[in-house]
Design a protein around this ligand. Structure first.
Ligand code: SF4
Ligand code: SF4
Length: 410
C-alpha cells in the first residue's frame, strides 16, 4: 500500500470519475482521493503506534473495485488497489467486514457450502433437460453468478425496505442455517431468477450453435470465491481456491468457459497470481461465437461496458466487437476507458450508494436515445434493469441468431 499511496500528488483528478463520491453525498473518505489519503494516514498510525484507531471500514469496503480512478490518475495510483489492500489489512487487524452480518454470512456460508447462500441445487436448475458431454475437457462454468443475482437483489431490497437491522437479522439466521435461504420466499426474486435462468439457457444455445461440446457440473458446480477475495480474506481465499482447483482436476478440466466478467477476471488474474499450478485455459463464451452466423439489423442499441472487462488487466472487448457488427451501437457519455460502474458491487453492504450510482448510470445510458440497453454482466443487469429495454447480451445474440436462421422470403 505504501508504494501506491506515496505516488499521489493530490491533484484530485480521480474524484471526477469515482462513482461513490457523489453517491455518498461527497463524503471525502468515500471517494478515490479520500481512500488514498486514508491509506497514508493508516500507514502513518501503524508505523508510529503499531495500531490504528482510524475507522477505515466503510471507506475501503464501499470501493467498487472499478479502477476508473486509475485511468485518469497522472501518477498511476490505483485507489481501488489501495482499498483492496486496506480491506486485507483490516481483516488481519480485526477491523473487518465481519462486523457486517451480511458479509459474514457470505464468507462463512461459502466456505461451508461452496456457494454464498448454500443454494447450489437451485443454481443448477436452469440446466434441467439440457444435454452436456460429461467426457469433455471443456467446462461451461457459470460460477453461480447469474443465478445468485435473484438472491442478492432480494436481500438488497429487503435491506432498503426494512432497514439494516432486519436484513442483518436475516443474514445471521442464514449464516447459521443456510436452509433458511432455500425456504424463505423473501430471499428470492422469482422474476429475476426466471430471467437469469433464461440468459443461461441462451448462452448454452449459443455455444451449442457454435458446434461446441462441453461439460457442466450441475449441483456440483462451486462458486469461485470472488466475494471472499474481494472482502480481503486472503487466507480463506487461498484455502478455498485450492478446493476449486481440485474440483476442476477431478473432472479432467482443461478449458474453462466463463460467462461473466467477475469470474473471468478472478480466474485469469487472481487464481493465476496466487496458485502457481492454475494451468487451465480460461475463455469467455463470446470468444466461441465469432464464426456463428448472426443476422444484423438497424436497431439502435447502447452497451454498458463492464468495468471488470474494460478497466482491468487484459481489457476484454468481446461484447462491443460483437454488438457493433450487428446493430447501430451508440456508446454513452462515459464509455471505453471512462466507463462507469453500475454500482452493483455495493448493493449488499451499501445499498443506498449502490442505488444512486445505478440511477445515474441508467440515465446516462438512456440519454443515448437507444431503443435497448445491452449489459454483459449479471451484476450490471440486476442493478440497471429499471425498465424492459435493459437486456443481457445473450438475449440479444440469440435474437440475432434466430433472425439469421429464418429463410428470407423474396
Ligand atoms: S488522481 Fe492520482 S495523484 Fe491525483 S489525487 Fe487521485 S490518486 Fe492522487
Ligand atoms: S476503484 Fe472505483 S470506487 Fe474505488 S476508488 Fe477507484 S473509482 Fe472509486
Amino acid at each position: 500500500m505504501k508504494g501506491e499511496v506515496e505516488k499521489c500528488v493530490n491533484c484530485g483528478f480521480c474524484e471526477s470519475v469515482c462513482p461513490t463520491l457523489p453517491a455518498s453525498g461527497f463524503r471525502s473518505t468515500m471517494g478515490a482521493r479520500g481512500r488514498v489519503d486514508l491509506g497514508k494516514a493508516f500507514i502513518a498510525e501503524m508505523n508510529n503506534a503499531g495500531g490504528s484507531e482510524l475507522k477505515i471500514s466503510d471507506s475501503f469496503y464501499s470501493c467498487l473495485d472499478c479502477f476508473a480512478c486509475l485511468q485518469v490518475c497522472p501518477a498511476g495510483v490505483n485507489a481501488g488497489k489501495v482499498s483492496g489492500i486496506g480491506r486485507e489489512i483490516a481483516a488481519i487487524y480485526g477491523q473487518h467486514a465481519l462486523e457486517k452480518p451480511v458479509a459474514r454470512m457470505i464468507v462463512e456460508t461459502t466456505m461451508k457450502f461452496m456457494n454464498p447462500l448454500g443454494v447450489r441445487e437451485k443454481c443448477a436448475g436452469w440446466a434441467k433437460g439440457l444435454a452436456f458431454d460429461s467426457d469433455s475437457e471443456t467446462l461451461l462454468y457459470t460460477g453461480n453468478m447469474y443465478q445468485l443475482m435473484a438472491y442478492s437483489s432480494s436481500l438488497g431490497k429487503l435491506k432498503m425496505r426494512l432497514g439494516e437491522k432486519a436484513a442483518d437479522f436475516m443474514a445471521g439466521i442464514i449464516s447459521r442455517h443456510p436452509a433458511a435461504a432455500r425456504l424463505s420466499g423473501m430471499a428470492v426474486d422469482r422474476r429475476m431468477r426466471r430471467q437469469m435462468d433464461a440468459f443461461l439457457r441462451d448462452i448454452y444455445f449459443l455455444l451449442a450453435s457454435a458446434g461446441l461440446k462441453f461439460n457442466y457440473l450441475g449441483v456440483d458446480e462451486p462458486y469461485p470465491g470472488t466475494f471472499i477475495y474481494d472482502l480481503g480474506y486472503r487466507d480463506k481465499f487461498l484455502e478455498y481456491g485450492r478446493r476449486i482447483i481440485s474440483i476442476f482436476r477431478y473432472h479432467n478440466v482443461r478449458t474453462i468457459i466463463t460467462v461473466d466478467p467477475h469470474t473471468y477476471d478472478i480466474l485469469n488474474v487472481q487464481y493465476r497470481k496466487y496458485f502457481s499450478d492454475f494451468d487451465f485455459r480460461v475463455v469467455h463464451y463470446l470468444d466461441y461465437l465469432r464464426d456463428v452466423r448472426f443476422a444484423g439489423n438497424g436497431e439502435r442499441v447502447t452497451l454498458h461496458e463492464p468495468c471488470h472487462f474494460t478497466l482491468r488487466e487484459g481489457n476484454y472487448s468481446g461484447p462491443s466487437e460483437l454488438v457493433s457488427g450487428l446493430a447501430q451501437l451508440t456508446f454513452p457519455e462515459r464509455s471505453g476507458k471512462r466507463t462507469m460502474c453500475c454500482g452493483g458491487p455495493d448493493e449488499l453492504l451499501f445499498g443506498e450508494i449502490s442505488g444512486k450510482i445505478s440511477e445515474e448510470r441508467f440515465s446516462q445510458l438512456k440519454s443515448t436515445g437507444a431503443e435497448r440497453i445491452i449489459t454483459a454482466c449479471p451484476i450490471c443487469f440486476a442493478n440497471l434493469r429499471k425498465d424492459r429495454t435493459v437486456i443481457d447480451i445473450s438475449q440479444f445474440l440469440v435474437e440475432r441468431l434466430e433472425a439469421g436462421a429464418v429463410p428470407k422470403s423474396s
